[in-house]
Ligand binder design. Structure first.
Ligand code: PMP
Length: 363
């Protein structure tokens, strides 16, 4: 029996493997591998999910109206120009499906977020990865890489996994230099953690220029990664396209209610931002003091470079033996690095202590 073959581009993609959440023989796991936010879900969101359990037989609101209105009110945006998705991954993928595809090109930074590459490849796009300067996107390189087939340029700002950020003037320069019919996707998944006064998560550029989209998520600062809610803010024409290609009920009812409740949680963002700023610095300083190179980060994680892939692997094994799970960066082309999420004060303490012991052991 011959199996039906999928489109060839599908087989160029490896199935996505998420980070581990269990370790054999280890009772207490400390998971610092997926940038999930230090404090768990907001209490109001937990209550909303519980409340929705008895409504599980009902289809959700297919247009995510209440959520779009809550997002619009929070961020000062027109709800009609917002599209919600099953994580911002879905919005990114829909943009690629709608505007990319066979015969088109996607331009991204060499260590940009992996999903642009994965979704772009299975959609049949050619992916052009532009070398970086100090693990930061190079605007001149991105501009130069665009050709007649380029449909989309993706920029995560701040970027995962590097933590690097482009100054706002550079983002503006990128948009101004791109052909107006190229879609610039500003992926602002980590926007809340940025402490640069000039930073704009993207709404201003979306409003000022035609083909610009901003994507955001409830998976990071709002602590709802497991609920899968993200959103995009885009010109009306792009919203219309996304509404044609998205599934009719692409955000589930509990996720929608949880996201609305998360937006309403008093002091949540402020508390998380303050904690992250404090501990991002403390973790950076503590690891640097042990001889590990830590790249400056504007996200809720740091990228720690151990110099060689073997040493990064050994550090990872050492952490695992203590129940600490971080993310190896081989799949991102950074095999000498581990990406470490900022956790609670206790978790961060255990992490820095464990890596201190590891580094002391190899001296
Ligand atoms: N963009 C970036 C830069 C990310 O790091 C992530 C999460 N890893 C996403 C988008 C996707 O997030 P989600 O689908 O959970 O909204």
């Amino acid at each position: 029996m011959a199996m039906l073959a999928p489109r060839p581009s599908i087989l160029s993609v490896e199935p996505y493997v998420g980070g581990e959440s269990k370790l054999p023989g280890v009772n207490r796991i400390i998971k610092l591998s997926s940038n999930e936010g230090a404090f768990g879900p907001p209490p109001g969101a937990v209550a909303a999910i519980q409340r929705m359990a008895t409504e599980a037989h009902r289809y959700p609101d297919g247009g995510s109206k209440a959520l779009r209105e809550a997002i619009g009110a929070r961020f000062g945006l027109d709800p009609a120009r917002i599209v919600c998705g099953n994580g911002s991954d879905e919005i990114l993928g829909l943009l690629i499906l709608a505007y990319g595809g066979e015969g088109t090109e996607i331009v991204m930074s060499a260590h940009g977020f992996l999903m642009y590459d994965i979704t772009g490849r299975w959609a049949g796009c050619r992916i052009i990865k532009v070398p970086e300067r100090d693990l930061t996107a190079d605007v001149d390189g991105l501009i130069a890489a665009c050709g007649p087939r380029t449909k989309l340029v993706f920029l995560a700002n701040p970027n995962n996994p590097t933590g690097s950020i482009l100054p706002q003037a550079e983002v503006d320069r990128l948009r101004a230099a791109l052909r107006s019919d190229i879609m610039l996707v500003l992926d602002s998944a980590y926007a809340e953690y940025v402490d640069r006064p000039d930073y704009d998560a993207g709404a201003r550029l979306v409003d000022a220029t035609g083909n610009t989209v901003m994507t955001r998520t409830f998976s990071k600062i709002f602590g709802l990664g497991g609920m899968r809610v993200g959103w995009g803010y885009a010109p009306a024409e792009v919203v219309d396209v996304l509404n044609r290609v998205r599934g009719p009920f692409n955000v589930n009812a509990a996720a929608m209610e949880a996201a609305v409740a998360a937006l309403a949680e008093p002091g949540w963002v402020e508390k998380n931002v303050a904690h992250n700023a404090e501990w991002r610095l403390k973790v950076t300083e503590a690891l640097t003091a042990t001889g590990i190179k830590v790249w400056p980060s504007q996200g809720n994680f740091v990228l720690a470079d151990f110099g060689t892939a073997d040493r990064a692997k050994a550090a990872d094994a050492h952490l695992k033996s203590r129940g600490l799970i971080v993310r190896m960066m081989g799949a991102y082309g950074l095999p000498s690095c581990l990406r470490i999420t900022i956790g609670t004060a206790e978790e961060n303490g255990l992490l820095t202590e464990a890596l201190g012991a590891f580094m002391a052991g190899i001296r």
